[in-house]
Design a protein around this ligand. Structure first.
Ligand SMILES: [Fe+2]
Length: 307
């Protein structure tokens, strides 16, 4: 039986999530040897008829070997962003455009990690910039507390965009002789579980991007994919992937210890600060998305009753 307040805690096996596209594997990991994957509490087996994964960075039209889901019915399957995606039921939204993926001037890699926390908790953490000073002191070099200085939020059509202009690596000399490295970051969140981070470092004009995409495997398991995207002018892709992996490890130290793996969808039940407005907007956007999924399912159920 449902406990009071239970309905606002979102778990990975919530049936409403069946009406969204979710990643189930990296493209490179799906071969002619059948691969078992998990989504929303269900198991699927993927097999590739050939050995060519779908390319990106302007080469999407090149031929690639198709992937089949063996033995289970899904609404659809697609391969993009270096990932294989499944929609279990007709999705209420298409995948968003990640522009760097379609840019021939970029190269990329996908790293993957697993956690016991839910996909929503992981996305929530990615949008939280206030933890830089205590979780990422080693990697980002940020030691002073992060305030809401340089913090701006915009929302359109379910998309939440956070712009954050701040200084990292505070103890290190920059190219202009001062201390620290200014970073202008734009985080874009699309429900349910995609957040794209685009970064510009004004001092030397460097750019980088990273997209966190989460696969809600089952109640106590989420797979995180980080799509690391760099301009070709920056050859250090492996270094950037290792850096992203380090940052994610720092996050997982806390996330893996969360008392409850589920995401609290209500923005009134937990303490939120001014520097945490992205978390609130993310919850609003995700809640609306889940309502859409529920409405789509109700429409199908009603039609079946009438037939
Ligand atoms: Fe973090």
């Amino acid at each position: 039986m449902m406990q009071p307040g239970e309905d606002i805690l979102l778990d990975n096996d919530d049936a409403r999530l069946r009406r969204a596209w979710h990643p189930v594997a990296r493209s490179v990991d799906v071969t002619s040897t059948p691969l078992a994957v998990h989504l929303n509490g269900d198991e699927y087996t993927l097999v590739r008829h050939g050995d060519v994964a779908r390319a990106g960075h302007g080469l999407e039209d090149a031929p690639f070997s198709a992937i089949e889901v063996i033995g289970d019915v899904t609404w659809g399957l697609q391969e993009v962003y270096g990932l294989v995606w499944i929609a279990q039921e007709r999705p209420v939204a298409e995948l968003p455009p990640i522009l760097e993926w379609f840019d021939q001037g970029y190269h990329s890699g996908v790293l993957t990690r697993s956690t016991v926390a839910s996909a929503g908790v992981l996305i929530d953490n990615f949008l939280d910039v206030t933890h830089f000073s205590y979780l990422h002191r080693q990697s980002f070099g940020r030691s002073r507390p992060v305030t809401d200085d340089g913090y701006a939020i915009a929302t359109t059509d379910g998309r939440v965009q956070l712009t954050h202009d701040t200084v990292l690596q505070e103890g290190r000399r920059n190219s202009a002789g001062g201390l620290g490295q200014r970073r202008i970051a734009t985080y874009t969140y699309w429900p349910p579980y995609i957040t794209h981070l685009q970064m510009v470092f004004p001092e030397d004009g460097a750019q980088a991007a990273a997209t966190l995409i989460c696969q809600p495997e089952s109640k106590h398991s989420t797979k995180a994919y980080v799509l690391v995207l760099l301009p070709l002018s920056d050859p250090d892709l492996d270094d950037q992937i290792n850096f992203s992996d380090r940052v994610l490890s720092e996050d997982l130290v806390i996330i893996d210890k969360m008392a409850d793996a589920r995401l609290m969808l209500s923005w009134k039940s937990e303490l939120h600060t001014r520097a945490d407005r992205a978390s609130i907007e993310m919850r609003r956007s995700l809640s609306k998305f889940l309502d859409l999924c529920e409405a789509a399912q109700s429409a199908v159920d009603q039609k079946e009753v009438l037939v």
